[in-house]
Design a protein around this ligand. Structure first.
Ligand SMILES: [Zn+2]
Length: 277
C-alpha cells in the first residue's frame, strides 16, 4: 500500500486549473504527474459530489442529492473502507465532511478532533468559506506530522468562494486558483518526500454567473492530476470518470476487495511506495 494525500480544490474548473496551477503543470511537463479532464456527476454541487468522490456513486444512487441533505453517508466510501482495513484516516476539510463521515450535525466543538470514533479519525474542520487556504494547508501539514495518516483529505474552499463572489471568468477566481497552485508548490515536495502519492481534483467547476449545479462544461469539467507514477498511473489516453476516483484511491491505498470501479490501465505497486507494478 501507499499513503495518499487526496486534494480537492473546491469549485475549480478544468481550464482554470490548466492555466493557473503552474507547479502542477510543471510536474506534468517533467513527466512526474499526469493530468486528465473529468466530467463531474450531476447535480454539479458540493455535498453530493463530496459523497461521489468518496463512494464512486452518482448522487442519484448514493442519495445525497442536495447540499441540504445533512446526514452521514449510507454507502461504503474511501474513509469507511480505509478504517475497516485498519488504515489511519485524516482530513483538513469543510465541516460537511465531518457530517458525511463522522457525525451530523457538525458543531464547532469538533473544529479539531483526534482519535474520533468515526471514519475520519483525526481532523481539522472549518465552516467559513473564506477560511484561508494557507491556514488549511498548514492544518493538513500538522495532521501529517502529528499522526502520519495513511489517507488524508485536504479540501480548501477559497477558489469556490471567489467564484461565487466574482464569477468563474474573473481575475479574482483565477488568482485564487494561482494561490492554491503556489500552496501545492510549497507542500507537495515534502509530502512526496514523506512517501505520499498525491491526487488533485475538484468536485465541480464554476459558471461565469458565479454559481454551479447544471451540466454546462464550465460547471462540470474539472481536472484530475495524479502524482506518484512510481506507485500509480493511468493509461495516457485514459478518460477517467468522476465515479472512478474513489476506486483509484482505494487501489493506491492497497485496500483489497473494495468493490468500487477502478479506471482501466492503473498500475499498482506491490510494495510501499517503490517499484513499478
Ligand atoms: Zn460552490
Amino acid at each position: 500500500m501507499t499513503k495518499m494525500v487526496f486534494i480537492l480544490l473546491d469549485g475549480l474548473r478544468h481550464g482554470t486549473a490548466r492555466d493557473c496551477l503552474g507547479y502542477m503543470e510543471g510536474l506534468v511537463a517533467a513527466g512526474e504527474a499526469q493530468v486528465y479532464e473529468v466530467r463531474s456527476e450531476l447535480p454539479s454541487i458540493s455535498r453530493p459530489l463530496y459523497e461521489t468522490l468518496m463512494s464512486g456513486l452518482p448522487p442519484v444512487v448514493h442519495g445525497v442529492t442536495s447540499n441540504a441533505v445533512v446526514r452521514r453517508s449510507k454507502v461504503r466510501n474511501v474513509f469507511s473502507l480505509a478504517t475497516e482495513a485498519g488504515l489511519a484516516t485524516a482530513a483538513a476539510a469543510y465541516h460537511w465532511y465531518f457530517e458525511l463521515y463522522n457525525q451530523a450535525p457538525f458543531s464547532p466543538e469538533f473544529r479539531h478532533v483526534e482519535d474520533f470514533p468515526g471514519d475520519i479519525r483525526h481532523g481539522s474542520f472549518y465552516w467559513a468559506d473564506p477560511y484561508p487556504d494557507d491556514h488549511l494547508f498548514a492544518d493538513a501539514d500538522v495532521l501529517i506530522r502529528r499522526h502520519d495518516p495513511d489517507f488524508l483529505l485536504l479540501h480548501p474552499m477559497n477558489i469556490d468562494d471567489a467564484g461565487h463572489r466574482y464569477g468563474g471568468a474573473s481575475r479574482e477566481y483565477r488568482n485564487a486558483a494561482r494561490n492554491a497552485g503556489d500552496l501545492l508548490a510549497r507542500y507537495l515536495p515534502q509530502w512526496r518526500q514523506a512517501g505520499y502519492a498525491v491526487l488533485v481534483t475538484s468536485d465541480h467547476g464554476m459558471s461565469d454567473d458565479g454559481s454551479h449545479g447544471g451540466p454546462h462544461e464550465t460547471e462540470t469539467h474539472v481536472p484530475l492530476y495524479t502524482v506518484g507514477a512510481d506507485v500509480f498511473t493511468l493509461a495516457p489516453d485514459a478518460k477517467p470518470a468522476q465515479t472512478d476516483i474513489a476506486g483509484l484511491a482505494c487501489a493506491v491505498l492497497g485496500i483489497a476487495d473494495h468493490g468500487l470501479p477502478v479506471p482501466e490501465g492503473v498500475l499498482r505497486s506491490e510494495g510501499r511506495g517503490h517499484g513499478r507494478a
